[in-house]
Design a protein around this ligand. Structure first.
Ligand code: ATP
Length: 237
């Protein structure tokens, strides 16, 4: 199994507050990895550092053999690291199809973009049905699908997701997790940040537990699910 992304001693601060305190983890190519933890543990901060939206104060992020830790966000996207925007960040006054087209802004091969669009519509048939509708008229779950679809339009090598299940009804949560598994089966590597620890660990090959800016546990998803400490702290004991 080859390593796609390796984070070494990553630290990220907001002013004087160190939110991420020198963490180490890696993502295997082709796997779903979960990063789980409570509110304020440093999950979103970690993702923002991987995307280049926040600067690491220390440490390195190596992606596909290259150090990307000092690159600007738009170059990181071009390397193939694409984050599904938090809070969906859908453009509500544009149509579903227009939102998807925006996701391909780094690409210029029209035929290849059309092929990706067809794949996205295959994964999310509802988006195809609603292609001409304003994104603002979609349900919360459909907007999350659109946010994921838009990220896929960039043809990422690594997809970063920050709490895709947040605010969604249980059935929709199931559907989103099912599609993540489907996308992963097609070969895409995924880093999934979740407070929905049980669901995330169920679909993740490996998982890391982060507490107050430090990684405290690293194991397979299955082992973490069966771990009494994880059970007590995150799975309702
Ligand atoms: P959540 O699920 O609530 O987003 P999280 O695990 O993603 O939690 P982060 O959002 O990464 O946690 O926050 C980590 C720490 O950094 C917290 O203590 C938080 O209060 C702090 N923090 C986050 N954003 C900022 C900011 N813009 N300015 C100052 N402190 C921040």
């Amino acid at each position: 199994m080859s390593v796609l992304l390796r984070v070494h001693d990553l630290a990220v601060s907001y002013g004087h507050i160190e939110a991420v305190k020198g963490i180490n983890f890696h993502l295997n190519s082709g796997e779903i990895t979960a990063l789980v933890g409570a509110n304020g543990a440093g999950k979103s901060t970690t993702l923002l550092a991987l995307s280049g939206l926040l600067r690491a104060t220390r440490g390195t992020i190596e992606f596909d053999g290259q150090d990307i830790s000092r690159l600007p966000a738009h170059q990181i996207v071009r390397h193939g690291v694409v984050q599904v925007a938090e809070g969906r960040a859908i453009l509500t006054t544009l149509t579903v199809a227009e939102n998807l087209a925006l996701g391909a802004y780094t690409r210029d091969d029209k035929a290849a973009i059309a092929a990706t669009l067809a794949e996205v519509y295959e994964i999310f048939p509802r988006l195809k049905d609603r292609a001409g509708q304003f994104a603002g008229n979609l349900s919360g779950g459909e907007q999350q699908m659109l946010a994921i679809g838009r990220a896929l339009m960039a043809k990422p090598k690594l997809l970063l997701l920050d709490e895709p299940s947040m605010g969604l009804a249980p059935l929709m949560v199931q559907e989103i997790f099912r599609t993540l598994v489907e996308i992963n089966r097609k070969g895409l590597t995924i880093l999934l940040v979740e407070q929905n620890v049980r669901q995330a660990l169920k679909i993740a090959r490996h998982g890391y537990v982060i507490e107050t800016g430090k990684i405290v546990l690293a194991d397979s998803g299955a082992n973490l699910l069966a771990n009494p400490e994880v059970e007590a702290a995150y799975l309702g004991g």
